[in-house]
Ligand binder design. Structure first.
Ligand code: ATP
Ligand code: MG
Ligand code: FE
Length: 348
């Protein structure tokens, strides 16, 4: 099916167009620069930016795909989770389009979209597979039986962070190192020239009782505090702070835990395929360490190109196409946004 997908859960206004697993257009307008001086996303600014960007982005997507709106088979939109005021802009736009064009409307899950985007790169998903979802607001290990959420167990969350998300940890560490928002890409770059073994930062929930009780869960707030304490101590002692070494050592701690638990989840579930999604999945070290460990464990790794890992409309469009193919029931005109939609609910 030819599906138009609309994404507006945070600070990216995305419109994507796909035909099944074929990507035809993926236009993204970001308000990230408007939030930079506040050190994080300001919800009111994001909502206004979505309003301004929605129609121009839609027009660009149709032009790029050379598709007329009357040709699309369905409209998919992010119904949650995300910022309420941001989500409602996309949902309202999608409803208006679906109503005006008399097309079926599908409210879908943003997090499932981060996983589904890989279908555009590598085709049908061998199931069951394990997905490592690492984004700005979420960090989870998922068992995916059916990405459309219909067959078998659908999407089951094996574990998740008990405090900060991985992306959030990058953003907070960047801030305490005096680096700009968003922190992921800048810490990633700073780490490139550092020594990942320079400082032994803690790996949360990876040993003893913690591991037993939280085998597939994550914790990054202790790591962030450890980085803060290390930097403070250096400054108090009048020593310089070797930024690349701090960044590389922090990054190694994050990637070590994420990859170890992802591979362990494959072993525990018998899954032979592992995929990653979400903004942090763009991280170079995470990708290389995971490739190494997946190879050693006999697991096939699927990584979408970095540009598809961060928020976009194509991930929503391809998830919509999967839902259409699975015979999912269209959402009614009463479709609303749900800021805390659980990942197991693919279709609203
Ligand atoms: P969610 O999907 O949980 O609702 P979100 O949509 O805001 O949150 P994404 O857009 O998927 O999150 O990802 C943004 C996050 O990814 C930010 O925290 C950012 O710092 C991080 N990030 C982006 N690129 C990289 C990178 N190269 N290395 C590490 N982190 C990165
Ligand atoms: Mg964003
Ligand atoms: Fe996201």
């Amino acid at each position: 099916p030819l599906v138009l997908g609309i994404e507006s859960s945070c600070d990216e206004t995305g419109v994507g167009i796909v035909r099944g697993h074929e990507l035809l257009a993926n236009e993204v307008a970001s308000s990230v620069e408007e939030h930079a001086r506040f050190g994080g996303v300001v919800p009111e600014i994001a909502s206004r930016a979505h309003l301004e960007a929605m129609l121009p982005t839609l027009e660009r997507a149709c032009a790029t795909a050379d598709v007329d709106l009357t040709e699309v088979d369905a409209i998919a939109v992010t119904a949650g989770p995300g910022l309420m005021g941001a989500l409602v802009v996309g949902v309202a736009a999608a409803k208006a389009l679906a109503f005006a064009l008399d097309k079926p409307l599908y409210g879908v899950n943003h997090l499932a979209g981060h996983v589904a985007v890989d279908l555009l790169e590598h085709g049908p998903l061998p199931t069951p597979c394990v997905a490592l979802l690492v984004s700005g607001g979420h960090t989870s290990l998922l068992l995916v039986d059916d990405i459309a959420g219909v067959a078998g167990r659908g999407i089951v969350e094996l574990g998740s962070t008990i405090d900060d998300a991985a992306g959030e940890a990058y953003d907070k560490v960047a801030r305490l190192l005096g680096l700009p928002y968003p922190g992921g890409p800048v810490v990633d770059r700073a780490a490139a020239t550092g020594d990942p073994r320079a400082i032994a930062f803690p790996r949360g929930l990876t040993s003893g009782r913690d591991l037993e009780r939280h085998r597939f869960d994550f914790s990054f707030s202790g790591l962030k505090s450890a980085v803060a304490r290390w930097v403070e101590t250096r400054e108090r002692d009048g020593l310089d702070v070797p930024l690349p070494d701090v960044a590389a050592s922090f990054q190694e701690a994050v990637c070590d835990v994420l990859t170890a638990k992802a591979i362990d989840a494959c072993a525990a579930t018998g899954a032979k395929h592992l995929l990653i999604g979400g903004g942090v999945a763009a991280n170079g070290r995470l990708r290389s360490l995971l490739a190494e460990r997946a190879d050693a464990a006999g697991v096939t790794l699927r990584t979408p190109r970095p540009g598809l890992c961060t928020d976009n409309g194509a991930m929503i469009a391809v998830l919509g196409a999967e839902v259409v193919n699975a015979g999912g029931r269209p959402s009614g005109p009463e479709l609303g946004a749900d800021s805390s939609l659980p990942v197991s609910r693919v279709l609203v």
